[in-house]
Design a protein. Structure first.
Length: 121
């Protein structure tokens, strides 16, 4: 049962991290094309609380993932990571008003089908 909590926590913090990082980068802006502006860009990124939270979430997800793979076969645990793909795709439309195409949803449906098959194997 503990392995499922580790996996769920990994997925949760992966999704939180990705969404927070994106929100922070919307505020910071895109990577500048001029290398001279890179240090100012990095300063702005690493002092943005959403970016920091996103990166911290990734570290927490990694620690939880270590717990998951220490208690199960990676061939069992890893397919569950596809749930993070599904959640980020769905929530990107909700939080960032991104247009999610039918093709992307079809791809996610295929991933979900693969997850179901893998979980039953």
């Amino acid at each position: 049962m503990l392995v499922y909590l580790f996996i769920a926590g990994t997925i949760l913090f992966t999704v939180l991290g990705q969404l927070s990082l994106k929100a922070g980068m919307i505020e910071v802006g895109a990577v500048p094309p001029d290398p001279k502006a890179l240090s100012a860009f990095l300063w702005a990124a690493f002092t943005n609380w959403k970016v920091v939270f996103g990166l911290a979430s990734a570290v927490i997800a990694a620690v939880l993932w270590m717990g998951a793979v220490s208690r199960s076969d990676i061939s069992f645990a890893y397919p569950f990571m596809a749930l993070a793909i599904v959640l980020v795709l769905a929530l990107s439309g909700v939080f960032f008003a991104e247009q999610v195409s039918l093709g992307r949803w079809a791809g996610v449906a295929i991933v979900c089908l693969g997850l179901i098959i893998t979980a039953r194997a």
